[in-house]
Design a protein around this ligand. Structure first.
Ligand code: NDP
Length: 340
């Protein structure tokens, strides 16, 4: 059994990675920006698992060198999930790019110095599917890279993920040689929340279930279950052929209205809250006048980004659940946790 460091241990996906690593018998250490998260995190993990679980937390921030050498000391593998993922984008893109890129390099450099065998890094479909204009491939695969310089089809977040992943591969091609890197590129991650402090991606379900939208904007995304994303991380850690490779961890593209339909059928008590039909694009644009954060949705209207998960299935032996299971489990846990 191996010793594994999970960065950003307090996160939505990280919780499931930690759970699966512990279930598989590995010894896990985590990082968080504040060590005071250790006790609440262990309570959350234990409640989810139904038996007592414990990991130690080392304090480390992506924006600072402090703590990383101590965090990676003695580790066989590192799962690097920490990265800022905000619902509202900052005006200054560097607020996200700097911690994502410089933080990834800090983790890789510390890992290399400590003799870590392989780092698994969480990138995103955001590093593959953006900035293509009319030339966007269908389906998108691991061969493709987003163009972070196309400001019409990028946010601070999508740019941060592309730039951070590129920097990581560049490091591996030079100074990092000798260590291994494997990258997971998930699409929109849904599925069971472990705590009420939910990730930005689960806010899609929260918004739908709390009646925030009278109708669904004509936007969509590829859906994947967090348990399958965690499984891809665990597999990528040890499958020999995963070294030096990136993997799309994604299911099929669904329109927001289709997601609402799945929820409506399974949770009839929420009929009144769930949006009915599609919101005309012109109306959404008018609504941005009174609700400026909606502006982020405008470039996405009518846009379809499809991707292939063939490589993850073939190389990692990855078999994801259905998109419907991911949607239903998100909603069920958000109900159980009194979030919606
Ligand atoms: P969460 O917001 O739940 O987790 C993000 C984690 O990053 C938190 O643990 C947070 O720690 C940590 N973090 C943020 N900023 C810093 C910083 N400056 N220093 C140290 N740690 C920091 O998001 P997810 O679990 O959803 O995301 C995890 C990873 O997966 C991210 O890399 C994200 O980009 C990627 N991803 C997520 C997708 C999704 O749909 N959810 C899709 C594709 C990729 P703290 O508790 O201190 O805030």
């Amino acid at each position: 059994m191996a010793k594994v460091l999970v960065t950003g241990a307090t996160g939505f996906i990280a919780g499931h990675v930690i759970h699966q690593l512990l279930e598989a018998g590995h010894e896990v250490r985590g990082t968080a920006r504040s060590a005071s998260r250790e006790t609440p995190l262990n309570t959350i993990l234990s409640d989810y698992a139904g038996s007592p679980l414990h990991i130690d937390i080392v304090e480390a921030d992506l924006n600072s060198d402090a703590g990383w050498a101590e965090a990676v000391e003695g580790m066989d593998y590192v799962q690097h999930l920490a990265s800022p993922f905000l619902a509202v984008m900052p005006k200054d893109h560097d607020e996200l790019i700097r911690p994502a890129r410089d933080g990834a390099l800090r983790v890789l450099k510390a890992s290399k110095a400590a003799g870590v065998k392989r780092v698994v890094m969480t990138s995103s479909m955001a590093a593959i599917a953006y900035g293509w204009g009319d030339a966007r491939p269908n389906p998108l695969t691991e061969e493709h890279w987003s163009n972070p310089d196309d400001m019409k089809d990028n946010t601070a977040y999508t740019r941060s993920k592309t730039i951070a992943e590129k920097a990581a591969w560049d490091y591996m091609a030079g100074e990092g040689a000798g260590m291994e890197l494997s990258v997971i590129n998930p699409s929109a991650v849904l599925g069971p929340a472990m705590s009420a402090d939910v990730s930005t991606s689960l806010q899609i379900i929260t918004q739908l279930m709390t009646g925030k939208a009278p109708a669904s904007p004509r936007v969509g995304f590829c859906v994947v279950d967090v348990r399958d994303v965690a499984d891809a991380h665990v597999k990528a850690m040890t499958v020999p052929e995963a070294a030096g490779e990136r993997f799309l961890a994604s299911g099929r593209f669904m329109w927001m209205s289709e997601v609402a339909d799945v929820l409506r059928e399974k949770f009839p008590d929420y009929q009144k809250k769930l949006p009915k039909g599609e919101l005309p694009d012109w109306l959404l644009k008018v609504l941005t006048l009174v609700n400026p954060p909606l502006k982020a949705v405008v470039p996405e209207l009518g846009r379809e980004r499809h991707c292939s998960n063939e490589k993850a299935r073939r190389v990692l032996g990855w078999t994801p659940r259905t998109e419907e299971e991911a949607i239903i489990e998100s909603a069920q846990t958000l109900i159980d946790l009194n979030v919606v």
